[in-house]
Structures are given as structure tokens and as C-alpha cells.
Design a protein. Structure first.
Length: 156
């Protein structure tokens, strides 16, 4: 298992995320299950059939009951509202937000800019520095910061 990320108490069971949209459901479940497959792929040759069933049962339990703990790298859940994210903000090592509404409940625009540019949003000096950047400087700082970013997730 990968290191568990911060889990919002609002994250539900996987079945609670299913919708009337067949394509959405398909893509959501396929992305989650691909994490389960990938996790076991490396060990397949040394596994007995029983090992394999046990691993899949455990994985399926996680996906159904605690989906956010069984995380595929392309599957994150919003730390604020709990929805599975097709796009959104990844901030540091455990905060994910599905959009401006949810991230805005935790950070002001200038704090968010400072985080995305790779500086310390709790430092007045850093806030002022990022604020003073030209648009090019800011965009370059954002692009070279791999800790926090806005991204589209690639659901299968
Ligand atoms: Zn959200």
C-alpha cells in the first residue's frame, strides 16, 4: 500500500459515487480497479491462486468501503467535499481540492498562488514576493513546482 493521504471524513463508499451516467461509473470503477491490478502485477508470478483471491478480496473491500485509502495515482478525492476528482488541485503531500470553491474554503487567492509557485503561504515575505512576480515569472515558478499543482487526472 502506498502511504495513505489525508482522507476527508466526507469520502463515502465507492458505490455511493455511482451516478446515472454509465460512462462515468465505468471510468470511475475501472480507474480504481486498475490500481488493484497494478499493485499485484509485480507479484503475480510468485502468487498462488489463493494469494491472488485474497489480495483481490482485500482490495475490493477497500475500494467499496474506503475508496480513498486504496488510491490509484490518477484517483484522488477532494479533501473538502469528498468527491472523486477528474481534475483539481494537489497541494503538497495530502491535500486535494476539486476546484476553486473547495480550495477557497482553505486558502485565499494569494495564498493559493504562493503555494502553487512553491513558496510558503504562511510567510508574509513569500506572499509579497509571489505577488510581486511578473506573469511570466509566476507561470515559470508554477510550472517548475512539482509539489503542488492543478491537474487533470487520467481516468481510464
Ligand atoms: Zn470539493
Amino acid at each position: 500500500m502506498k502511504k495513505p493521504l489525508f482522507i476527508s471524513p466526507k469520502v463515502k463508499r465507492a458505490v455511493d459515487y455511482l451516478t446515472d451516467d454509465k460512462n462515468y461509473n465505468h471510468s470511475f470503477l475501472k480507474t480504481m480497479f486498475s490500481g488493484l491490478l497494478e499493485e499485484n502485477r509485480a507479484r503475480l508470478e510468485s502468487m498462488t491462486t489463493e494469494d491472488l483471491f485474497r489480495a483481490f478480496e482485500d482490495g475490493i473491500d477497500y475500494i467499496l468501503e474506503k475508496p480513498a485509502e486504496y488510491i490509484h495515482w490518477e484517483m484522488r478525492f477532494c479533501s473538502e467535499c469528498g468527491v472523486p476528482m477528474k481534475e483539481g488541485y494537489v497541494l503538497g503531500d495530502g491535500e486535494n481540492y476539486c476546484g476553486d470553491g473547495c480550495v477557497g474554503k482553505h486558502y485565499s487567492d494569494s495564498e493559493l498562488d504562493t503555494i502553487l509557485a512553491g513558496y510558503d503561504h504562511t510567510s508574509d515575505r513569500d506572499l509579497a514576493y509571489v505577488e510581486s512576480m511578473s506573469e511570466d515569472e509566476f507561470n515559470e515558478a508554477v510550472q517548475s513546482n512539482s509539489d503542488s499543482y492543478f491537474t487533470d487526472f487520467e481516468w481510464l
